[in-house]
Design a binder for this molecule. Structure first.
Ligand code: FAD
Length: 514
């Protein structure tokens, strides 16, 4: 550095956006800071791969900025000068370099937003908050959109976004005449269609792993070798995007809800880490997908592209809207007053239930499960068993490579656990073994049998499913989408009902052994 910097700019671990306007010109008066801190490694117990992926990506990003001539201060976790608190480290740097102006990009987590806001109130120098230039909706616009609404309908939000961005539109109308092609998607996996092997990078993380061990950072999950399979910089993220568009996209929608023991990623993009760390911009992903579809109209059908666009333009932005409209109260919601602890097998995968074992073991291995495994296997079981949403949230926030609270909590507490009483989902996402048998090949080789509702080897999902509806009758009976369930339940004989409830209670009592 030729001159002493006068401005300090903070880059958080999920703000690795090389295209941000901050980096358009090099200014030697501006010092960028990135820091590895215990505050972030310890606020929840994380998967080892997740911590490694964030730190490896941050280090790479810092090197990229330096190579472009930007002054960068990188604080490693084991640096003796590290206070392990973002505000404390900032205070120290501001003093050390006699900084006159401080800037940060809007954090996506409420926790960090509050912390930095409070920190700035105490600063004797000027400060500014900049947009992260990543999302397709501003926080203010989101707040206005969600204001005074009792239920948040994703579908109307999605249509508004399609219109606003002119994506998959012909004038004011959706391409193909329909907004949503879900009915054509969501098929069971057809084993005659080969699944492309997931593109896995080999990013060496041995020294980083040693540092975490030396610093006694508590993590869980495994990493077989010292190679991290997730993209840690923009070039790899783009490679992953192109790989998906070439190999997985064609069947993305068709098998979006399918599950198979033969593949842990099926036709999913695995782009969530690259997107959530902002290595990729959502619009560039959507536009690249639309271009691929336009160039290959016979190979890639409309339901595939519409399904993909809906996830990113719809669900991803929508969940962020819910988060900013509802936090901080959202993190305390527990509509069903659930209070059970998360069974041990969520942490070690040791259960006789094949579907849970597959979803959990692959999560412990790769820090990844695809959407329907998260929703209809692990989430479904936790809700049927009545696990406290705090426990469920902590698990999802810790285990997944892409878990950042704004998108984790809305999906977990909202969509999956119905803890918001129906703000995000119009009914609880619960299912019996029938659904799992239809959508996966897990049941065929399970210790339990998927059809019986009671008896020695009856799949626990069956009785727990009915016991859930019976337990929450008062809360759910008025839901127009659930009236049918109660009519079905009432048609069971009293003896049948009793058998089901006894069976469910048996599993709940022995939940650590199922
Ligand atoms: P693909 O299936 O290839 O989808 C493409 C992209 O669409 C994803 O990368 C993602 O950016 C976006 N997307 C898809 N569904 C959603 C959704 N429901 N909400 C927001 N974005 C979506 N996603 C996270 O990014 N972080 C989380 O912590 C997270 N926690 C979840 C917890 C639960 C209980 C559930 C049910 C879902 C969760 N999701 C989360 C949403 C979704 O499961 C993941 O985004 C997806 O599995 C990531 O894998 P992929 O990149 O292969 O996705």
């Amino acid at each position: 550095m030729k001159n002493a910097p006068t401005t300090l700019r903070l880059i958080l671990g999920d703000q690795l956006n090389l295209k941000h306007s901050w980096f358009k010109t090099v200014d030697e008066n501006v010092l960028f800071v990135l820091m590895e801190v215990r505050q972030e490694t310890d606020y929840v117990k994380h998967h080892l791969r997740k911590v490694l992926a964030f730190f490896a990506s941050m280090r790479h990003f810092a090197r990229q900025l330096q190579a472009r001539g930007h002054p960068v201060y990188y604080l490693k976790l084991d640096d003796p000068a590290n206070n392990h608190s973002i505000p404390e480290n900032l205070r120290h740097l501001i003093e050390k370099f006699s900084i006159q102006h401080f800037e940060y990009q809007s954090p996506d987590e409420y926790r960090l937003d509050e912390q930095l806001h409070t920190f700035c109130q105490t600063l004797p120098i000027s400060h500014a908050v900049k947009d992260s230039e990543h999302f397709l909706t501003s926080r203010e616009a989101l707040r206005d959109h969600f204001k005074n609404k009792k239920n948040y309908l994703m579908e109307s939000f999605y249509r508004m976004m399609r219109r606003r961005y002119g994506l998959l539109m012909e004038g004011d109308q959706p391409v193909g005449g329909k907004w949503n092609y879900d009915v054509q998607n969501r098929q069971k996996y057809n084993p005659r269609i080969p699944v492309p092997p997931p593109l896995c990078f080999k990013n060496p993380v041995g020294p980083l792993k040693e540092m975490l061990q030396a610093m006694r950072v508590t993590t869980f999950g495994t990493i077989d070798s010292d190679d991290l399979i997730w993209p840690i910089h923009r070039e790899q993220a783009l490679e992953l995007l192109n790989y998906f568009l070439k190999n997985g996209f064609r069947y993305f929608g068709t098998f979006q809800d399918a599950m198979t023991r033969d593949s842990w990623a099926l036709f999913h993009s695995r782009l969530s880490f690259a997107l959530n760390t902002k290595m990729l911009h959502p619009l560039e992903v959507i536009e690249a997908a639309i271009e691929t579809w336009q160039e290959n109209p016979t190979l890639i059908e409309l339901p595939q592209i519409e399904g993909f666009v809906r996830q990113i333009l719809g669900w991803r932005e929508f969940m962020r809207g819910v988060y900013w409209a509802q936090m901080p109260d959202y993190a305390t919601l527990n509509f069903f007053a659930n209070d059970r602890r998360l069974p041990h097998f969520y942490w070690d995968g040791a259960t006789k239930m094949h579907c849970l074992r597959m979803a959990i073991q692959q999560s412990l291995k790769y820090a990844y499960a695809h959407h329907i495994q998260r929703l209809m296997v692990t989430g479904n079981f936790a809700l049927l068993a009545g696990v406290h949403p705090d426990e469920v949230d902590a698990w999802y926030l810790g285990i997944y490579i892409d878990a950042i609270e704004w998108v984790e909590i809305t999906n977990t507490r909202g969509m999956s656990q119905f803890a918001d009483g129906g703000l995000v989902a119009t009914k609880p996402y619960v299912a019996s073994a029938n659904y799992l048998r239809k959508m996966s090949d897990y049941c065929q080789s399970c210790f339990y049998q998927s059809e019986p509702k009671y008896g020695d080897r009856a799949c626990p999902f069956n009785s727990l499913y009915w016991a859930f509806f019976q337990r929450h009758r008062q809360r759910l009976e008025q839901n127009p989408r659930l009236g049918m369930m109660y009519r079905l339940w009432d048609r069971f004989s009293k003896a049948e009902q009793k058998k089901l409830l006894v069976q469910a209670q048996y599993y709940l009592d022995k939940i650590e052994e199922v």
